[in-house]
Each structure stands twice: as C-alpha cells, then as structure tokens.
Design a protein around this ligand. Structure first.
Ligand code: HEM
Length: 397
C-alpha cells in the first residue's frame, strides 16, 4: 500500500498480524481508520476482529479489566509454552504473584542495578564490531543487549549465554514452530532445575534467588512457578526493549540533525527516549479479548464474547486530539498520556528497567560511535504491527 492510499476493503482483508506498514504507512492507516470510527472491524489471525483507533477508547479499554480481561491472550499465547505466570492470572493471584516476581523492577531497585554491568554489556557488544567498517546495529547490538542484561540479572554464567539465547529465541517463536519451542523449553527447564536447587541452598544476589525466597502473604513460588517467571522476563522484557532501542536509533539517525542534537546536549537524551516511546511504540498494537460471558457495547459497536480487540497503542499515541502534529518527532514535547506501557492495573512493571537500559546504551553509543550514520534509510523504517521496529539498521561510523 502506498503511503497516501486510503484503507480499502482489500487492505483491510489483509491480516493485521502480517501487515508490515513501514514508517508513516501504519500511522496514516490509523488516521484513516480513526476518521471512520473509534472501533472498526479488521482481520487478525484470519478472524474478523475489532481495532480501537483513538486515545479515549484505548485508555478506557486499558482501565476496564472487566470487559477486556487482560489475562486471556496470555493464557492462549504464552502459557502453553512457559506455564502459568502472573500475566495469565487474575484478581488476588495476579496481585500476589506480580509482587513476588517484580521486586527487582521497582524504581528503587532499578536505581541500584549496577550501571557498570549495563555499560559493560554494551561495551562487550560494541567491541565485537568496532573494527569493522559497517554494522547492522539490530543484529549486532539491539537484539542482543536486553537479552544479555536479563541473563546477567538472573545470574546466568557468561559462557552459557549463547545457549540460553538459542532456547529463549525458540520459545519466543512458539506460534510459528511449537514443537521446537517446547523442546527448547524442556531443555531450559532441565538446565534450571539444578540451578534452582543450588540457589535454594546457597542464595546469591541475583533474581533467581529472589524469585525462590521472596514471600508475599505467606506465599512462595514453587520451582515450576520460578521457571515460568524466569521465562516471562525474556518473553515480556527482551524483544520489547530491543525494539524500542531500534526505534530510538532510527529516529535519531534518519534525521542526522537529531543525532547531532542529542550528541551535543546530553540533557535532551531522556526527552528523546520519551518521544520515541510515544512516536513509535514497540508494542504498537496489543491484542486483548472481550469477556467470555456476554456481548459488550463499546465505542458504538457490539462486540461478541471471546473476540479479539486490538488496542491501537500507536493510534492513541498519534491521536491529534491529544498530541499536536502527532507524526512529527519532536524531542521535548509533552508525552503525558502516551499508552506505550499499558496504563491501568497491568501497567508494565519493566518500564523503569527498560528506560535505564535505553539511557545507558544511548550514552555509550554516542560516546563510542559519535559519527554514526545510517546507510539505508528506506530499508531501516520501523515495521510490523503488534511488535514494531526496524528489521535492520545498516550503519557506518
Ligand atoms: C520499552 C520496553 C517495553 C515496552 C514497550 C513494554 C510494554 C508493555 C505493555 C504495553 C504491557 C501491558 C500488557 C497488557 O496490558 O496486556 C506490559 C506488561 C508487562 N511487561 Fe513490559 N514493556 C517493556 C519492557 C519490559 C521489561 C524490560 C520487562 C521485564 C524485564 C517487562 C515485563 C512486563 C510484564 C511482566 C508485564 C505484565 C504485567 C501484568 O500483567 O501485570 N516489560 N509491557
């Protein structure tokens, strides 16, 4: 579809799951759909479903966990491979297990995460390509960085990171290759059994030890639950952060003035991260489901039970009634109201860690690669709908 074309019956019959819609194409499509209605019919995973296209209705959807129970998509999509985590729980169990699993991600704990560890992971990755003449920053840097950070927080030995990466990548591709994902999950679980047994006897300063020993309302995780919650850190915290990092680098490099600005003025870097989180959110469209009991009325339409409802996070973040000139990338604009981390009871507990990782890596990339330049602008545009990021960022430096 060209960047100026309107959505047609043909374009809407294409599956949202496989749409690429690079760069502005996604946002223009969302503009056209928002102009039609706040909730419109689209196709997703071969089914006729609903897409929410404006800020007010996306915000209302996130607030109301009764009409859009947040756990259902995770029960179907990820629980069969990593087991039950708080993401697929409800009510009090969700509250208790979220508290058990996330102390490491509270703002104060994240402040205490060693900047040296975050910087040394980034330095190790840069060292691998610094002597080459060009690099694809996605495969050489962004894809690896958040994964290695989580592995180090868990206390996985460095020499086992590669193997760990292969298992986790296969688990993340569960939908396209379930057999391989389950085989890798079994290998990962076998690897973790003796590690958990060891940390029970000899706790360390790492996240696995915290998951084992932490108690909330007299409840502690079983070994199976510890393994599932190790899994969720990678499934929820790895690709989201690497996609965000790719989007930040794209936003800065596609217009080299932006790169120069943040290079010369470090105070702008945090603002630039916030604006990218709004402008090109890594979770661009979040699939939720309507409640199972009965049909609901929402945004002027009737939604049947157990129907996918796509929360257009990107559409909310580009709603002109909330953000002026929303398609413009403006470092320093007020981003209050962005939907990027899913406001409401399920709000992302990893956002403080993600922001810290983005900040440390941006500083280091600027310091070590001050003359970074994008070679291929066209092929670097963020693409995809549910998860959205550049697929490659070929650069010289
Ligand atoms: C910039 C990077 C990130 C983005 C854009 C992001 C986005 C989101 C969004 C939109 C949700 C809400 C999902 C829903 O309502 O169904 C969410 C939830 C969640 N995120 Fe993140 N996330 C990021 C980083 C992380 C990190 C680094 C971690 C952990 C290591 C993490 C762990 C989680 C978990 C466990 C949940 C489920 C919360 C619950 O169900 O109570 N995320 N994230």
């Amino acid at each position: 579809m060209s960047s100026t074309s309107k959505p047609t019956t043909e374009s809407l019959s294409l599956d949202f799951d496989t749409f690429q819609l690079p760069g502005i194409e996604l946002h223009e499509l969302m503009d056209d759909l928002r102009a039609q209605a706040p909730v419109v019919p689209v196709t997703f995973l071969g089914e006729r479903v609903w897409l929410i296209t404006d800020h007010a209705h996306v915000a209302a959807g996130f607030r109301d966990n009764n009409i859009f129970p947040p756990h259902t998509p995770y029960k179907i999509g990820i629980e069969p491979v990593i087991g039950e985590t708080f993401q697929s729980m409800t009510g009090d169990r969700h509250r208790i297990f979220r508290k058990l699993a996330t102390p490491t991600f509270r703002p104060r704990s994240v402040e205490q995460i060693n900047n040296d560890m975050l910087t040394s992971v980034a330095n190790e990755l840069i060292d691998r390509f610094i002597n080459k003449s060009e690099v694809d920053l996605i495969s050489a840097f962004t894809e690896r960085y958040p994964f290695v950070v989580i592995a180090r927080l868990l206390g996985i030995p460095k020499e086992e990171e590669e193997q760990f990466h292969r298992w986790v990548m296969a688990i993340l591709r569960f939908r396209s290759n379930p057999d391989k994902a389950l085989a890798c999950r079994n290998e990962l679980w076998n690897y973790l059994d003796p590690v958990i047994a060891d940390r029970k006897k000899y706790p360390k300063e790492d996240v696995i030890s915290q998951l084992i020993h932490h108690q909330v309302d007299d409840i502690q995780m079983t070994d199976e639950q510890v393994k599932s919650h190790i899994g969720i850190m990678f499934t929820a915290g790895s690709s989201t952060t690497h996609d965000s990092l790719g989007n930040i680098l794209y936003a800065l490099l596609v217009n080299n003035d932006n790169w120069q600005q943040v290079k010369n003025n470090p105070k702008l870097r945090a603002l630039c991260i916030e604006e990218t989180l709004r402008w090109e959110p890594a979770v661009s469209i979040l699939p939720r489901m309507s409640r199972s009991e009965e049909a609901i009325e929402f945004g002027g339409v009737t939604i049947e039970p157990n129907t996918f409802v796509l929360f257009g996070i990107c559409a909310a973040n580009h709603d002109p009634s909330v953000f002026n000139d929303p398609h413009d990338f403006q470092i320093g604009r007020n981003v209050e109201g962005m939907m990027t981390f899913g406001p409401g009871p399920r709000m992302c507990p990893g956002m403080h860690l993600a922001r810290k990782e983005l900040s440390v890596t941006l500083d280091l990339l600027i310091e070590r690669l001050p003359n970074l330049q994008l070679i291929d602008h066209e092929g670097s545009k963020p693409c995809g709908t549910v998860f959205r990021a550049p697929q490659r960022l070929l650069c010289n430096f």
